[in-house]
Design a protein around this ligand. Structure first.
Ligand code: ADP
Ligand code: NI
Length: 215
């Protein structure tokens, strides 16, 4: 049996009614983008990249009491059930461990090209038109204000402070989204990010002008 379509079907079914922003639609976009980036990166193993993308949010630490190993463990369980090789399982587990954004001041290095491509594809989904929509959907889900000029953006130097953050949604653009372009690891992803970043900058400028009744 083909592992990629089987994994896609498994994840689609698992995330069918997940409302927190980590839904099948997000995973599908990350999968498609990771596949596109892999196609533009000759040294990449496309199968490992696609499996890493499909499984990258399988058990997010945010919904598992901060347990960073929940994701790798769940991916291993699925891949073992499909009789995947130990080498493949280890490579996919490592990707899942390495993809998550942990705050602007926190380094998130990757140990393989495939992990870099999945991390980049995940980050590309947080910028551009989709990124803007996701940020406000997340803020609404958490009951946050759209914007409050009195609450200044901060650089989170630790993962703990990033996790505890309750600031208005517009701050998230300064604290994360507008920096993602410069945090990408691969040239293929940087090329995609250019237009998305410019679109987001124009959005923030216009938002602030409208906030003051100036546009
Ligand atoms: P990742 O997939 O990198 O772990 P997160 O789970 O941190 O991403 O975020 C999922 C989505 O929610 C992303 O689009 C992200 O930009 C958005 N998001 C995360 N934190 C905030 C926040 N404090 N305010 C607004 N949007 C947020
Ligand atoms: Ni993701």
């Amino acid at each position: 049996m083909d592992l990629i379509p089987a994994t896609a079907a498994f994840i689609e079914q698992k995330f069918a009614d997940e409302g927190s922003g980590h839904d099948w639609a997000h995973i599908r976009r990350v999968w498609l983008m990771a596949r596109r980036l892999a196609a533009n990166s000759p040294a990449a193993n496309a199968e490992i990249t696609e499996l890493g993308a499909l499984l990258h949010d399988i058990a997010d630490w945010k919904f598992h009491g901060g347990d960073y190993e929940a994701g790798p463990r769940a991916a291993r369980g699925w891949l073992q059930s499909q009789h995947a090789s130990e080498e493949l399982i280890t490579r996919v587990e490592t990707i899942i461990r390495e993809v998550s954004f942990k705050g602007l001041g926190v380094e998130t290095p990757v140990s393989s090209l495939e992990a870099a491509l999945v991390q980049d594809a995940d980050r590309l989904d947080a910028i551009g038109a989709i990124g803007i929509a996701r940020a406000f959907a997340y803020g609404g889900h958490k009951g946050r204000a759209l914007h409050d000029p009195a609450v200044r953006p901060v650089v989170h130097e630790s993962f703990a402070s990033y996790q505890k953050n309750t600031a208005p949604t517009l701050n998230h653009f300064y604290e994360k989204l507008l920096h993602l372009k410069d945090r990408l690891q691969t040239p293929a992803a940087r090329a995609v990010a250019e237009e998305r970043h410019a679109y987001m900058e124009a959005f923030v400028a216009r938002f602030l002008a409208e906030w003051e009744g100036q546009a």
